[in-house]
Design a protein around this ligand. Structure first.
Ligand SMILES: N[C@@H](CCC(=O)N[C@@H](CS)C(=O)NCC(=O)O)C(=O)O
Length: 219
Protein backbone atom coordinates (compact mmCIF):
# COMPACT_ATOMS: atom_id res chain seq x y z
CA UNK A 1 0.00 0.00 0.00
CA UNK A 2 1.04 3.57 -0.60
CA UNK A 3 -0.25 6.71 1.12
CA UNK A 4 0.10 9.91 -0.87
CA UNK A 5 0.14 12.98 1.36
CA UNK A 6 0.75 16.73 1.16
CA UNK A 7 3.24 18.98 2.99
CA UNK A 8 3.37 17.76 6.56
CA UNK A 9 3.64 21.26 7.97
CA UNK A 10 0.21 22.17 6.64
CA UNK A 11 -1.82 19.16 5.57
CA UNK A 12 -4.27 18.31 8.35
CA UNK A 13 -6.16 15.88 6.13
CA UNK A 14 -2.94 14.00 5.37
CA UNK A 15 -1.96 13.82 9.03
CA UNK A 16 -5.05 11.81 9.93
CA UNK A 17 -4.34 8.57 8.01
CA UNK A 18 -0.57 9.07 8.25
CA UNK A 19 -0.83 9.03 12.03
CA UNK A 20 -2.87 5.82 12.06
CA UNK A 21 -0.27 4.20 9.79
CA UNK A 22 2.70 5.48 11.81
CA UNK A 23 1.19 4.73 15.24
CA UNK A 24 0.67 1.11 14.26
CA UNK A 25 3.90 0.82 12.27
CA UNK A 26 2.03 -0.39 9.18
CA UNK A 27 4.05 -1.23 6.10
CA UNK A 28 2.72 1.57 3.94
CA UNK A 29 4.95 3.50 1.59
CA UNK A 30 4.61 7.28 1.94
CA UNK A 31 4.80 9.61 -1.04
CA UNK A 32 4.73 13.35 -0.47
CA UNK A 33 3.42 15.82 -3.03
CA UNK A 34 3.73 19.58 -2.75
CA UNK A 35 0.58 21.60 -2.14
CA UNK A 36 2.25 24.28 -4.26
CA UNK A 37 2.05 21.90 -7.24
CA UNK A 38 -1.71 21.49 -7.44
CA UNK A 39 -1.62 20.67 -11.20
CA UNK A 40 0.56 17.64 -10.36
CA UNK A 41 -1.97 16.46 -7.76
CA UNK A 42 -4.85 17.16 -10.14
CA UNK A 43 -3.19 15.18 -12.90
CA UNK A 44 -2.59 12.20 -10.61
CA UNK A 45 -6.00 12.09 -8.93
CA UNK A 46 -9.39 12.88 -10.45
CA UNK A 47 -10.62 14.74 -7.34
CA UNK A 48 -7.37 16.73 -7.21
CA UNK A 49 -6.62 16.38 -3.49
CA UNK A 50 -4.48 14.48 -1.02
CA UNK A 51 -4.43 12.20 0.93
CA UNK A 52 -4.97 9.17 -1.28
CA UNK A 53 -4.34 5.55 -0.29
CA UNK A 54 -3.34 3.24 -3.13
CA UNK A 55 -3.77 -0.50 -2.65
CA UNK A 56 -2.99 -2.30 -5.90
CA UNK A 57 -5.46 -1.03 -8.47
CA UNK A 58 -7.65 0.54 -5.78
CA UNK A 59 -7.45 4.25 -5.02
CA UNK A 60 -9.17 5.56 -1.90
CA UNK A 61 -9.47 9.30 -1.49
CA UNK A 62 -10.75 11.24 1.50
CA UNK A 63 -9.14 10.86 4.91
CA UNK A 64 -12.19 9.27 6.57
CA UNK A 65 -12.61 6.67 3.84
CA UNK A 66 -8.91 5.83 4.10
CA UNK A 67 -9.15 5.40 7.86
CA UNK A 68 -12.21 3.18 7.44
CA UNK A 69 -10.35 1.05 4.90
CA UNK A 70 -7.33 0.69 7.19
CA UNK A 71 -9.61 -0.27 10.09
CA UNK A 72 -11.29 -2.93 7.94
CA UNK A 73 -7.99 -4.21 6.56
CA UNK A 74 -6.42 -4.45 10.01
CA UNK A 75 -9.34 -5.34 12.33
CA UNK A 76 -6.97 -6.34 15.16
CA UNK A 77 -5.91 -2.71 15.47
CA UNK A 78 -9.44 -1.80 16.55
CA UNK A 79 -9.67 1.49 14.73
CA UNK A 80 -13.14 1.80 16.23
CA UNK A 81 -13.99 0.84 19.82
CA UNK A 82 -15.43 -2.68 20.22
CA UNK A 83 -18.36 -1.73 22.41
CA UNK A 84 -21.39 -0.68 20.35
CA UNK A 85 -22.23 2.58 22.15
CA UNK A 86 -18.60 3.72 22.30
CA UNK A 87 -18.23 2.89 18.60
CA UNK A 88 -21.35 4.90 17.71
CA UNK A 89 -20.02 7.91 19.63
CA UNK A 90 -16.54 7.52 18.12
CA UNK A 91 -18.15 7.58 14.67
CA UNK A 92 -20.26 10.61 15.63
CA UNK A 93 -17.33 12.69 16.86
CA UNK A 94 -15.17 11.67 13.89
CA UNK A 95 -17.94 12.55 11.43
CA UNK A 96 -18.45 15.86 13.23
CA UNK A 97 -14.75 16.65 12.86
CA UNK A 98 -14.92 15.72 9.20
CA UNK A 99 -17.98 17.80 8.35
CA UNK A 100 -17.95 20.78 10.73
CA UNK A 101 -15.78 23.44 12.34
CA UNK A 102 -15.47 25.68 9.29
CA UNK A 103 -14.41 28.71 11.37
CA UNK A 104 -11.70 26.65 13.05
CA UNK A 105 -10.40 25.50 9.67
CA UNK A 106 -10.42 29.05 8.34
CA UNK A 107 -8.93 30.86 11.32
CA UNK A 108 -6.64 28.22 12.80
CA UNK A 109 -4.79 26.60 9.91
CA UNK A 110 -2.26 23.95 10.93
CA UNK A 111 1.28 25.26 10.77
CA UNK A 112 3.42 22.86 12.80
CA UNK A 113 6.53 25.05 12.55
CA UNK A 114 4.99 28.23 13.95
CA UNK A 115 3.51 29.84 17.04
CA UNK A 116 1.27 32.89 16.59
CA UNK A 117 1.29 35.07 19.74
CA UNK A 118 -1.74 37.24 20.58
CA UNK A 119 -3.89 35.69 17.91
CA UNK A 120 -7.55 36.74 18.25
CA UNK A 121 -10.30 34.32 17.28
CA UNK A 122 -13.78 35.33 16.12
CA UNK A 123 -16.76 34.32 18.26
CA UNK A 124 -17.63 31.63 15.71
CA UNK A 125 -14.17 30.09 15.95
CA UNK A 126 -14.38 30.28 19.77
CA UNK A 127 -17.63 28.33 19.53
CA UNK A 128 -15.80 25.62 17.55
CA UNK A 129 -13.04 25.52 20.18
CA UNK A 130 -15.66 25.20 22.92
CA UNK A 131 -17.49 22.40 21.11
CA UNK A 132 -14.26 20.45 20.56
CA UNK A 133 -13.46 20.66 24.27
CA UNK A 134 -16.99 19.43 25.02
CA UNK A 135 -16.39 16.45 22.73
CA UNK A 136 -13.02 15.65 24.28
CA UNK A 137 -14.48 15.86 27.79
CA UNK A 138 -17.38 13.60 26.87
CA UNK A 139 -15.13 10.96 25.31
CA UNK A 140 -12.47 11.04 28.00
CA UNK A 141 -14.93 10.96 30.89
CA UNK A 142 -17.33 8.37 29.52
CA UNK A 143 -15.08 6.10 27.46
CA UNK A 144 -11.45 6.97 28.17
CA UNK A 145 -10.71 4.98 31.33
CA UNK A 146 -8.54 2.41 29.52
CA UNK A 147 -5.79 4.82 28.41
CA UNK A 148 -4.96 8.42 27.48
CA UNK A 149 -6.87 8.46 24.18
CA UNK A 150 -10.43 9.62 23.50
CA UNK A 151 -11.76 6.06 23.81
CA UNK A 152 -8.92 4.70 25.95
CA UNK A 153 -7.01 2.97 23.15
CA UNK A 154 -5.65 4.97 20.22
CA UNK A 155 -8.15 4.92 17.36
CA UNK A 156 -9.64 6.68 14.37
CA UNK A 157 -11.20 9.42 16.50
CA UNK A 158 -7.71 10.36 17.77
CA UNK A 159 -6.35 10.39 14.21
CA UNK A 160 -9.17 12.77 13.29
CA UNK A 161 -8.52 15.18 16.16
CA UNK A 162 -4.69 15.14 16.30
CA UNK A 163 -4.35 18.00 13.76
CA UNK A 164 -6.64 20.11 15.98
CA UNK A 165 -4.11 19.71 18.79
CA UNK A 166 -1.46 21.17 16.46
CA UNK A 167 -3.78 24.06 15.55
CA UNK A 168 -4.44 24.81 19.25
CA UNK A 169 -0.74 24.67 20.07
CA UNK A 170 0.18 27.20 17.36
CA UNK A 171 -2.40 29.68 18.60
CA UNK A 172 -1.84 28.97 22.31
CA UNK A 173 -5.55 28.36 22.82
CA UNK A 174 -6.51 28.21 26.51
CA UNK A 175 -8.17 24.86 27.26
CA UNK A 176 -9.90 23.18 30.18
CA UNK A 177 -7.87 20.65 32.23
CA UNK A 178 -9.25 17.52 30.53
CA UNK A 179 -8.54 18.96 27.07
CA UNK A 180 -5.07 20.08 28.16
CA UNK A 181 -4.31 16.57 29.36
CA UNK A 182 -5.55 15.07 26.10
CA UNK A 183 -3.45 17.50 24.04
CA UNK A 184 -0.41 16.54 26.09
CA UNK A 185 -1.04 12.83 25.41
CA UNK A 186 -1.25 13.58 21.69
CA UNK A 187 1.94 15.66 21.68
CA UNK A 188 3.80 12.99 23.69
CA UNK A 189 2.88 10.25 21.21
CA UNK A 190 5.95 8.97 19.35
CA UNK A 191 4.16 8.95 15.98
CA UNK A 192 3.02 12.56 16.46
CA UNK A 193 6.60 13.51 17.32
CA UNK A 194 7.70 11.82 14.09
CA UNK A 195 5.17 13.85 12.12
CA UNK A 196 6.35 17.08 13.78
CA UNK A 197 10.01 16.23 13.10
CA UNK A 198 9.23 15.64 9.43
CA UNK A 199 7.07 18.79 9.25
CA UNK A 200 9.76 20.92 10.84
CA UNK A 201 12.41 19.61 8.44
CA UNK A 202 10.37 20.85 5.48
CA UNK A 203 11.44 24.23 4.14
CA UNK A 204 8.76 24.82 1.56
CA UNK A 205 6.28 27.64 2.20
CA UNK A 206 2.72 27.17 0.97
CA UNK A 207 1.46 30.74 0.88
CA UNK A 208 -2.17 29.68 0.58
CA UNK A 209 -1.90 28.05 4.01
CA UNK A 210 0.08 30.80 5.75
CA UNK A 211 -1.58 33.19 8.18
CA UNK A 212 -1.02 36.90 7.85
CA UNK A 213 -0.04 37.33 11.52
CA UNK A 214 3.33 37.74 13.27
CA UNK A 215 4.79 34.37 14.23
CA UNK A 216 7.61 32.77 16.18
CA UNK A 217 9.36 29.62 14.95
CA UNK A 218 8.53 26.57 17.12
CA UNK A 219 11.50 24.55 15.86
N1 LIG B 1 -12.21 15.75 2.38
C1 LIG B 1 -10.85 15.51 1.94
C2 LIG B 1 -10.13 16.84 1.85
C3 LIG B 1 -8.74 16.74 1.31
C4 LIG B 1 -8.11 18.09 1.09
O1 LIG B 1 -8.79 19.13 1.04
N2 LIG B 1 -6.78 18.09 0.93
C5 LIG B 1 -6.04 19.31 0.68
C6 LIG B 1 -4.66 19.22 1.30
S1 LIG B 1 -4.69 19.35 3.04
C7 LIG B 1 -5.79 19.43 -0.79
O2 LIG B 1 -5.40 18.47 -1.42
N3 LIG B 1 -6.01 20.61 -1.32
C8 LIG B 1 -5.75 20.88 -2.70
C9 LIG B 1 -6.89 21.63 -3.33
O3 LIG B 1 -7.92 21.83 -2.66
O4 LIG B 1 -6.75 22.02 -4.49
C10 LIG B 1 -10.19 14.51 2.90
O5 LIG B 1 -10.74 14.29 3.98
O6 LIG B 1 -9.18 13.91 2.55
Amino acid sequence: MKLVIGNQNYSTWSMRPWLFVAYHGLEVEIEKLSLNDLPVIQKRFAHGKVPVLIDGSLEIWDSMAILEYLAETYPDLRGWPQETHARAVARSVSAEMHSSFQALRRELPMNCRKYFPDYQLSNTAMKDVKRIQQIWNLCRERYGSGGPWLFGRFGIADSMYAPVVMRFQSMDIKLDPVSQEYCLAVRECVAVKMWLAEASSETEIVNADELDHPSVALY
